[in-house]
Design a protein around this ligand. Structure first.
Ligand SMILES: *Cc1c(COP(=O)(O)O)cnc(C)c1O
Length: 384
């Protein structure tokens, strides 16, 4: 048995309530899904606007495949960069108020590429402790000096920036924290970056489509428009499709396509995805009712479930985590909900800090009020 050591590690994970498993969906993503031939009401996905299964986008992807084939066939710099990718880059940059944009195949790759391209050995990175794993991995890969500050603690960040000696300084933060749902103090972060001549990388994976005017994201939410900000967002969450983009000053974007290894050494995403996103973005912008529905559902959730014995984390976004504490209780509650036909993921360390395991409930514009009442009844049964 050549892999006995690996089996032991998995067994240890299991006994700590940390074993990870996968569910096989037998239906498209949505609020009603089929797993093991059973129907479930799901509060799991990041499909906040309910666009992942939108019939208009299905048609757009079929047309995109008819026009462009199914694969890009090469990296962007060799000969995989099509008119569909190119147009989408300028649409996305314009949408978020930046002069230039660059598409990446995924958000994980975008974060790795941006951080590695912009800073290196002689530089310093300042990062919120609760940043997404992809930003954490990106900073390790960059080899820059790493300073992590307490979640949203701008005072501590100011002290760290004051003492810093790196050639370049890069502050990196989630705009909406993916496992907490709260929003970064972007105006304060930007003011500090201006004072200390640092760059600010904002990861808006959960803000684009959800926050700001027409869903333009966190910069619009705070009405921030500074060339110092390097903006990144993903296209597989509220936008319903796949991929990610960076939007920034043209000199930053050109630096990325020259230096970002996760951009250069990978095949361009299928152009049909870009064609689909060219349809998805106008829908995301115009259908304001989807964002209004999210607000209504969020308020209803917090109202109907205010009396549960666990605290709701302070969040105004569709990410609504219920702080359970221990890994075992979080798993037990997730399993209890599952027995009642409801899917809610239990999020455990190392994704979140020790002792803060939680149920991460995520809402979608495709939910309706009866779905929230059903969740409320099930959680009340489990509590009392
Ligand atoms: C999902 C997510 C990513 C990764 O994006 P993918 O396109 O799924 O690879 C990056 N940052 C944050 C904050 C995320 O939530």
């Amino acid at each position: 048995m050549p892999f006995l050591a690996l089996q032991k590690e998995l067994d240890a994970r299991n006994s700590q309530g940390l074993r990870r498993t996968r569910r096989v969906l037998q239906s498209p993503q949505g609020v009603h899904v089929t797993v093991d031939d059973e129907p479930f009401l799901s509060f799991c996905s990041n499909d906040y606007l309910g666009l992942a299964g939108d019939a208009r986008l299905v048609t757009a992807m079929q047309r995109g495949a008819a026009a462009w084939g199914v694969g890009a066939g090469a990296s962007h710099l060799v000969c995989g960069h099509t008119q569909a990718h190119h147009e989408l880059e300028s649409v996305l940059a314009g949408f978020v108020g930046k002069p230039a944009g660059l598409l990446f195949s995924t958000g994980y790759l975008a974060n790795l590429g941006v951080v590695q391209a912009l800073v290196g050995r002689d530089d310093a990175i300042f990062a919120d402790r609760l940043n997404h794993a992809s930003l954490n991995d990106a900073m390790q890969l960059s080899r820059a000096e790493i300073h992590r500050y307490r979640h949203n603690d701008v005072g501590q960040l100011a002290q760290l920036l004051e003492k810093a000696t790196g050639r370049r300084k890069l502050v990196i933060t989630d705009a909406v924290f993916s496992m907490d749902g709260d929003i970064a103090l972007l105006p304060e972060l930007l003011a500090l970056c201006e004072r200390y001549q640092a760059w600010l990388l904002v990861d808006d994976a959960h803000g684009l489509g959800v926050l700001g005017e027409e869903g333009a994201g966190s910069l619009s939410h705070f009405q921030l428009n500074s060339p110092r900000i390097i903006y990144m967002a993903t296209l597989g969450k509220a936008a319903g499709v796949a991929g990610a983009f960076v939007a920034a000053e043209p000199v930053v974007i050109e630096t990325l396509w020259n230096q970002a290894r996760s951009y250069i050494y990978t095949t361009a995403s299928p152009p049909a995805l870009s064609a689909t996103l060219l349809e998805a973005i106008p829908i995301l912008r115009k259908e304001e009712w989807r964002r209004e529905r999210l607000h209504t559902l969020t308020a209803l959730l917090r109202r109907t479930m205010a009396d549960l014995p666990w605290p709701w984390m302070p969040s105004v976004t569709p990410i609504q985590p219920l702080l359970v504490g221990s890994n075992q209780s979080a798993m037990a509650m997730s399993n209890g909900l599952r027995e009642r036909g409801i899917l809610v993921p239990a999020i455990r360390p190392p994704t979140v800090p020790q002792g803060t395991a939680r149920l991460r409930i995520s809402l979608s514009a495709a939910h309706d009020e009866s779905d929230i009442h059903r969740l409320s009844e099930a959680l009340h049964e489990l509590a009392y």
